[in-house]
Design a protein around this ligand. Structure first.
Ligand code: BGC
Length: 751
């Protein structure tokens, strides 16, 4: 069907629908939150979409739509942000933050394709992904879902993911799924890192920093966008006509439909006190530009009554329904896709091909932060290694939030039904093959007890830390049921005779993820104490971090002999980490996000402003512990011959060509992530950052090899947003910085 035919068919359907049918068509409800009776009632009403249902159950309801008046297929949505991870049988990729560390859009696209195939196999059509929030305030619980702190990297990777989900260009009719970029807009910037609070930024800042990644996914063909929970300068995103219409459609050219986040329409009334009642909340949400309403059952009566009383123009309901119907037609839901599940062929769920892609990708996501005296890679001649720590054998920490462990309802007793290699499994496999004795000490220290409903729990890990510090108690917590530390004596005993101790530390989805923001980014006391005891005993200490976000691990940087870090690496986390530890994999990941030295330093994102008075704390430097783009390799890369034009015309339409020679000076083949940054030296916006990331290339180099790397920097990337909200390119000098660990600089002038 071409666009004209789609339009015609959508209009024809709409003309036959009653007002209640049109309102139902623009609603999405949660299967898990409805009784069977209610589900059937909503199907009869002609509901447009359900979320969080899959497989035969989804197909059962899809089949029921054939008995309705217009036979309009249901659109099924699912949170698929790291593969189809709500299904325990599916391929679970690293979280977005983990994926971002590979700086590899091609692999992100392939991950999107794999996810689309697996989601389609479960009869589903829409994935609430990619996430375009920026992980700049790392206290926020959802940092794991982001592609990190940088708008350029996020936009590039998200665009690749959209192509993977939907298809590059046309929507793939067989396995294409609808991408839903979220959370629109500037979610993650909430005051204090507290989820879904007020974001005190201006529309200029929105245009400069937060809208550009969305523009990239729109250009890649993304057909749905999810509104965020928070307010921007006091105005709920759900009610913000400027961002939902003027910016999204008029400026950025979006043509799909906008869906609210969970009960955003209802929240306008019961949570944000913006609308006096549900009727007005429905009117506000629809008039602002939301086209589909997620998880607000009362929207139905409210919207119908508002139209019937003449307070809401039916034309806006029509516009929204047309958009939803058009996307359904474009995706082929009225055709074969409607009953794909019934005609299922051989299962591709976590099939060999998908697992291979995942394993290859995960190998590129382990970041080496420290390697003092080249302690890594480990020799296969060592005799004994000890593995300790809470995340050594903890698959839920590798999978993280938005997996079957946490959704639709948290259940940590569930087990993955496909490959799942814990860090210990990975290390032990290599150790066994190499005749190394490996010993695992199971974690018996405190674990997080957080639950969504409860107030901060005095028995939670971070609170135990403070209690222990306050009372200087040592290895047992007198007040509560939880121990303060693991059994340290046992750990030391298990470590006896070890050539190295590998401590696998971090967090897990009980203390990262949605609604799990943290004010304190230190390692929990129990883990810190364990590291200190091992260090004091004189062991060579290798720390492996498995987390959903950067932590404040200054002690680890200063005291560990080597440090590897992974962000929720998924099913192949263990083999990837072990491969790097023993040198089978040369680490090629770089940080997509900066680590603070201390929680009080947050935010520490790299693209800050120069600062005009003091620009530091009296008690801490302003620099992060590790900055965006940092990461070590077993190879040594060096850079020469940075070339760029001396000047370019401000009205130039061509990309700016920049090139550099990168050499691998070591004896080991390796991959460099060559990075391009610039600084706009003088501009009419004093808020121009000291460095802006604008290009990257993964370059594989044999030992001793040199390659030329060329960047094409689009002129538009030089633009600033002025105080009249125009994107303009100003004349003047730009300094570029190119490299990876070692950096070269050069200037060009826009004339
Ligand atoms: C989250 C969204 C998610 C939605 C549906 C919300 O709470 O903010 O990211 O897609 O739930 O599960």
């Amino acid at each position: 069907m071409n666009q004209n035919q789609i339009k015609e068919k959508a209009n024809e359907l709409l003309s036959q629908m009653t007002l209640p049918e049109k309102v139902a068509q623009i609603m999405q409800l949660s299967y898990a939150h409805l009784s069977e009776e209610e589900r059937v009632m909503w199907i009869d009403r002609g509901i447009g979409s359900l979320l969080h249902v899959m497989g035969s159950e989804a197909q059962r309801f899809q089949d029921k739509t054939m008995e309705t008046r217009h036979k309009i297929p249901l659109l099924f949505g699912i949170d698929c942000v790291r593969g189809h991870a709500m299904n325990p049988a599916a391929t679970v990729f690293p979280c977005q933050l983990g994926m971002a560390a590979a700086f590899n859009p091609e692999m992100v696209q392939r991950a999107g394709e794999v996810s689309a195939v697996e989601v389609t196999e479960d009869a589903l059509h829409m994935v609430f992904s990619p996430v375009l929030c920026l992980g700049r305030d790392t206290r926020w619980g959802r940092v794991d879902e982001t592609f990190g702190e940088d708008p350029y990297l996020s936009g590039e990777l998200a665009a690749a993911m959209v192509k993977g989900y939907q298809g590059d260009g046309e929507m793939r009719q067989d396995t294409g799924v609808l991408a839903c970029a979220k959370h629109y807009l500037a979610h993650g910037e909430s005051t204090g890192g507290r989820d879904s609070y007020d974001v005190p930024i201006t529309n200029r800042k929105v245009l400069e920093t937060f809208a550009p990644p969305f523009k990239k996914v729109i250009d890649a063909g993304c057909k749905s966008i999810m509104t965020a929970y928070h307010t921007i300068d006091g105005l709920p995103c759900t009610a913000n006509r400027w961002i939902l219409h003027d910016l999204l459609r008029n400026i950025m050219g979006f043509e799909g439909f906008v869906i609210t986040d969970w009960d955003n329409a209802g929240r306008l009334f019961w949570q944000q006190f913006f609308s006096p009642d549900m009727r007005h909340a429905a009117k506000t949400a629809i008039e602002a530009g939301n086209d589909m309403i997620m998880s607000t059952p009362s929207f139905y009566e409210a919207a119908i009554s508002m139209v019937e009383s003449g307070e809401l123009d039916e034309a806006r309901i029509d516009e929204a329904a047309l958009r939803v119907l058009s996307v359904k037609l474009e995706m082929g839901l009225f055709g074969e896709k409607r009953s794909q599940f019934n005609h299922k062929k051989a299962s591709k769920m976590a099939c060999e091909e998908h697992l291979k892609i995942n394993s290859e990708f995960t190998n590129q996501t382990v970041i080496m932060l420290e390697n003092k005296n080249n302690v890594l890679p480990l020799s296969r001649d060592i005799k004994k290694l000890a593995v300790v720590g809470p995340n050594a054998d903890n698959i839920s920490s590798q999978y993280g939030d938005w997996t079957f462990y946490t959704h639709p309802l948290p259940d940590f007793t569930k087990v993955p039904e496909s490959v799942n290699i814990s860090i210990w499994d990975g290390i032990n496999t290599i150790a066994k093959d190499s005749g190394i004795k490996a010993a695992l000490t199971q974690w018996d220290g405190p674990v997080s007890k957080y639950s969504r409903q409860s107030a901060p729990d005095p028995q939670d890990v971070q609170s135990i830390q403070r209690a222990a510090e306050d009372s200087s108690t040592d290895s047992t917590c007198e007040a509560g049921e939880q121990p303060t530390t693991p059994n340290l004596e046992k750990i030391l005993k298990d470590c006896e005779g070890a050539d190295v101790v590998i401590a696998v530390i971090g967090d897990d989805p009980t203390f990262n993820g949605e609604e799990r923001d943290r004010a304190d980014l230190d390692l929990p006391y129990a883990q810190q104490k364990m590291l200190e005891v091992i260090k004091e005993a004189g062991y060579k200490l290798i720390v492996v971090g498995v987390t959903g976000k950067p932590l404040a691990v200054k002690w680890v940087k200063e005291n560990a002999d080597a440090v590897l870090w992974t962000f929720c690496p998924g099913m192949y986390g263990g083999s990837a980490v072990a491969g790097v530890l023993f040198g089978d994999i040369n680490p090629s990941a770089r940080l997509p996000i900066s680590f603070p030295q201390h929680s009080g330093q947050v935010p520490v994102y790299y693209n800050q402003l120069p600062g005009w008075h003091g620009e530091k704390y009296i008690d801490l430097p302003k620099e992060p512990l590790y900055s965006f783009g940092y990461g070590l390799s077993y190879s040594d890369f060096s850079f020469e011959n940075l070339l760029c034009p001396e000047n370019v015309k401000a009205n130039n339409k061509e990309d700016i060509c920049i090139s550099v020679d990168v050499s691998n000076k070591s004896k080991k083949d390796g991959t460099s992530v060559v990075q391009l940054y610039f600084r706009d030296m003088v501009s009419s916006i004093t808020g121009t950052p000291v460095k802006q990331f604008k290009g990257f290339e993964r370059v594989s180099l044999k030992a001793g090899e040199t390659k030329k790397v060329s960047f094409k920097l689009p002129m538009d990337e030089l633009a600033i947003v002025d105080y009249n909200l125009n994107r303009i390119i100003e004349k003047g000098v730009f300094k570029i910085t190119v490299g990876d660990g070692q950096y070269l600089e050069k200037e060009f002038e826009v004339i």
